[in-house]
Design a protein around this ligand. Structure first.
Ligand SMILES: [Zn+2]
Length: 227
């Protein structure tokens, strides 16, 4: 269900959120308290070469131009709480705020943005696609178009408990190009998702998009699991 009100409590620890106490321009002022905001501030993303090495394990024959992420995904951290709220509480505004933060990390140049699609049944359950909501925040600040050129052809079971080879198998062929896919021919494409765990899902999307002959494919994930 979509949540339209802005919370007053920190999504991570339940203390009063910054915005409930002071006027603040901090993008996450409605979602975090001062302490958790500070923890987030010190969260350093995995460095790009490490991310690329990590990604090459699931896409050995595929060249991604740039791979960027904003946060390291740490269990029991404010990052985890924010992402959980994105996925399961339908917080569109939060997703867009995170997208605004992520926009500074988006590797230039890119001509269009492709959010990792959800399968339509999951989209219907959740009411929105969190990757798309993040992408909207990025698109707004970087003046890029969002193109829906990929779709999920089957609902993939949750990957949480799968091994790396199982994850790769789980998402193999799970995406297909839409009839608008010719739009990305010759373009620098930025694929956006919320979390990169093994990278198997993003790799599957990227391999699918490559069939439409873009000039380059880069990836921006809000958070990545550190390997
Ligand atoms: Zn807090």
């Amino acid at each position: 269900m979509l949540s339209l009100f802005l919370p007053q409590q920190c999504l991570h620890c339940g203390q009063p959120a910054i915005a409930s106490r002071v006027k603040s321009t901090y993008p996450l002022a409605h979602y975090l308290c001062e302490v958790c905001a500070r923890i987030l501030e010190f969260d350093e993303p995995p460095n790009p070469p490490a991310l690329k090495r990590h990604f090459s394990r699931v896409a050995s024959d595929f060249e991604v131009r740039d791979l960027a992420t904003v946060f390291t995904f740490v269990a029991e951290s404010p990052v985890q709480s924010l992402i959980h709220s994105l996925k399961y509480s339908g917080m569109v505004h939060l997703a867009q705020q995170l997208g605004a933060i992520a926009s500074e990390f988006a590797p230039a140049p890119f001509d269009c943005i492709v959010p990792v699609p959800l399968h339509r049944t999951r989209h219907a359950e959740r009411g929105y696609n969190q990757a798309e909501a993040i992408a909207l925040g990025v698109a707004k600040l970087r003046s890029a178009r969002i193109l829906h050129v990929a779709k999920r052809t089957r609902p993939t079971p949750t990957q949480t408990h799968l091994s790396l080879p199982q994850r790769v198998e789980n998402v193999r062929g799970a995406f297909a190009l839409t009839r608008h896919a010719t739009d990305i021919a010759g373009m620098n494409v930025l694929v956006i998702d919320d979390v990169m765990t093994t990278g198997a899902t993003l790799a599957s999307v990227a391999v699918t998009l490559a069939e439409a002959k873009p000039k380059s494919i880069s990836i921006l994930a809000l958070a990545a699991v550190s390997q």
